[in-house]
Design a protein around this ligand. Structure first.
Ligand SMILES: [Fe+2]
Length: 186
């Protein structure tokens, strides 16, 4: 079953109270929809995966060994499509102990992670606007390990495994986040 988007959003809001996490979920959704469009994949499915991928983050307290697995199980029990559940589970390799292999898995891991780097890059601009961010600034920040140190660069580089160069990925993701800038406070 594919949850209608309004239902997915209200489900998200019952489990995530933190505004920063809600913004991260919405940003991930926007990036996933843009990636799906770019790669000729299912836009609704990829969007729902982005929106709900961290549904358990407050339940698990972001524990690296249970985060994503708990959420995937919850969504599976609700009857959400198996490939969405799988991509969500696999976005945390620490918990699953398995390496990502599919297009959808790589896309979600890369897509949700680049939102963190783009957000951090936006926040050092004088106007703190994602619209001010250039793709080049994001690729430059990729190499500065101390900048937004918690953002996993390897996850972002999984874009190359789905045939999207880092430059292209950064540009596409910024553009996607710009479309919802007001909603995510950027
Ligand atoms: Fe996330």
């Amino acid at each position: 079953m594919l949850l209608p988007r309004p239902d997915a959003l209200s489900l998200l809001k019952t489990h995530i109270k933190n505004d920063r996490m809600l913004a991260h979920s919405l940003a991930s959704e926007a990036v996933m929809r843009a990636l799906a469009l770019h790669l000729g994949q299912d836009i609704e499915k990829w969007g729902i995966a982005g929106l709900l991928h961290d549904i358990d983050v407050e339940i698990t307290n972001a524990d690296p060994y249970t985060h994503a697995v708990v959420g995937a199980k919850m969504l599976e029990e609700m009857g959400l499509d198996a490939d969405i559940v799988d991509a969500i589970r696999m976005h945390n390799e620490v918990a699953t102990g398995q390496e990502r292999t599919t297009l959808f898995q790589h896309a979600l891991a890369a897509g949700e992670t680049i939102t963190g780097l783009i957000t951090a890059t936006s926040l050092v601009y004088p106007d703190k606007k994602v619209a001010s961010v250039k793709a080049k600034s994001v690729t430059k920040r990729m190499k500065e390990k101390a900048f937004a140190a918690s953002v996993n660069r390897e996850n972002i580089l999984e874009c190359e495994l789905i045939g999207v160069s880092l430059d292209e990925f950064a540009a596409l993701s910024i553009a996607a986040m710009v479309t919802i800038a007001d909603e995510i406070g950027l």
